[in-house]
Write a protein that binds this ligand. Structure first.
Ligand code: FAD
Length: 423
């Protein structure tokens, strides 16, 4: 590859923040450097807004996202539980354009030319970048859940990308026959939002307790254990006694086949008829990471201190798609990583100062109305991984007032993170 202005800026500077200050005046002399952000979710919208806010017009920022309304997966389980309206989960990009000068393009990125530093859009155009940020979230691994494919997602919804799938799942639960069986097929590690499937079970139990109290909930789980297990199990016992049953790998839950046409789950050869099946398949980084050539296996390895792809220092990967170490795949994590990446990009492109990165995460879950629990940690960047420093988790047997306070905290967090993403 020849050394031209674009790949010099993108690759030379990206290789080490130490030379960023030297290179910055050259960038300014040739016009504003450009950052393209792919994906307007927790990682992408956050990095775009932070870059715009902190660089004071010095960087040209393009955010590419196909949908005009982003529905947060976070709090979508509360919609399933009847505690939130769908409209409260929807967020538009108008303020990012109007208040922050971000060029929001509603399109899919379908290719990345790393030599030319260009992305290709489904709509036909090509756009050049100095730095590219990929935060595409997750896709499902083709064929990894036997019998299931996206063609079957209306029969057996995943509801793991929020929006119409979430509405479909709630409609199916509401239409379930009295005393019917709701099954949730949980994914193997690693996956988006470790407590998500179990909060979902809690919220669906809450809904069924009111509308269909003799219904049964079956969790088919390929994992031996799961996030906040003791807290969920205690809560299920207290709020939904006798309603929820979990089958683990010891009973064949890691050897299943789905039959969407017949509404059956075959568990280690035994056929289980179900009325609603929430099938959450094994996950991988959003496909654009494969197309860009930054994935290794199912995820995209990154340099912890800057979130640069190991495969290409001109590309940063954030959020669920990144293989980074100890942080769970959550919106909180994606937002925390976005702040670190924004600082690194600004340092590289404008010579701004970069501070040692710190990462944090908290995952709240709701077990019943106002019965909130949480788990969280702080992290630091080491050479090879984002490493956990210390953490906390709610305890079984906590008083109702503390659980209510924990839930209220999560409402404040939702308001704060969506403001941080969308302005
Ligand atoms: P996303 O937020 O999914 O954003 C990806 C965006 O990229 C999408 O808008 C997509 O349209 C776009 N995109 C993809 N490919 C392309 C392309 N080729 N071109 C252009 N755009 C593209 N996290 C929490 O912190 N707290 C919670 O309480 C919580 N609860 C959850 C509950 C559920 C049920 C689920 C499913 C998830 C929950 N999460 C929670 C996890 C959280 O939603 C994700 O971890 C977070 O959204 C990841 O951010 P991201 O930027 O990686 O991906």
């Amino acid at each position: 590859m020849g050394l031209n202005r674009r790949n010099f800026l993108g690759r030379g500077i990206g290789a080490g923040l130490g030379i960023a200050a030297l290179a910055a005046p050259m960038v300014a002399a040739q016009g504003r450097p450009r950052v393209i952000v792919v994906g307007g979710g927790a990682g992408g919208a956050s990095v775009a807004r932070h870059l715009a806010q902190d660089s004071d017009g010095a960087i040209d920022i393009i955010l590419i996202e196909p949908t005009r309304s982003y529905y947060t997966c976070f709090f979508s389980n509360l919609y399933l539980g009847g505690l939130r309206e769908m409209a409260t989960l929807a967020h538009g990009y108008g303020r990012l354009a109007a208040d922050y000068g971000i060029n929001v393009v509603h399109d899919w990125v379908v290719g990345v030319d790393r030599d030319r530093l260009e992305v290709a859009l489904a709509g036909g155009g090509r756009l050049g970048y100095d730095r590219l940020v990929l935060s595409p979230g997750i896709d499902f691994i083709d064929g990894a859940l036997p019998g299931w494919s996206v063609a079957a997602q209306n029969r057996m919804p995943h509801a793991y990308k929020a929006g119409s799938q979430t509405e479909l799942l709630r409609a199916q639960v509401d239409a379930m026959r009295p005393g019917g069986t709701f099954a949730l097929v949980a994914p193997p590690n690693p996956y988006r939002c470790p407590p998500g499937p179990y909060e979902r079970v809690s919220m669906i139990a809450r809904r069924l307790r009111a509308t269909n109290p003799t219904a049964r909930i079956l969790i088919v789980d390929p994992k031996d254990s799961f996030s906040k297990q003791a807290l969920f199990e205690e809560g299920w016992q207290a709020h939904y006694p006798g309603m929820i049953e979990r089958i683990g790998p010891d009973f064949g839950a890691d050897r299943i086949e789905l039959r969407p046409e017949r509404m059956e789950i075959v568990i280690d050869g035994m056929v289980e008829a179900v009325d609603v099946c929430n099938a959450i398949p094994p996950m991988k980084a959003g496909r654009i990471c494969d197309l860009a050539g930054v994935s290794e296996g199912y995820w995209a390895p990154v340099v912890p201190a800057t979130m640069q792809a190991r495969a290409d220092p001109a590309i940063h990967v954030l959020g669920d798609a990144a293989l980074q170490g100890d942080m769970p795949k959550s919106a909180f994590s994606a937002n925390s990583q976005a702040r670190v990446a924004a600082m690194a990009i600004r340092a590289a492109l404008t010579g701004a100062r970069a501070f040692p990165p710190r990462f944090t995460n908290t995952c709240w879950s709701l077990i019943d109305a106002e019965d909130g629990v949480k788990v969280g940690a702080t992290y630091e960047a080491t050479e090879d991984r984002i490493a956990r420093v210390d953490g906390f988790v709610s305890q079984p047997g906590e008083p109702a007032a503390l659980r209510r306070a924990t839930y209220r905290e999560s409402l404040d967090w939702y308001a704060a993170i969506t403001r941080d993403m969308f302005g």
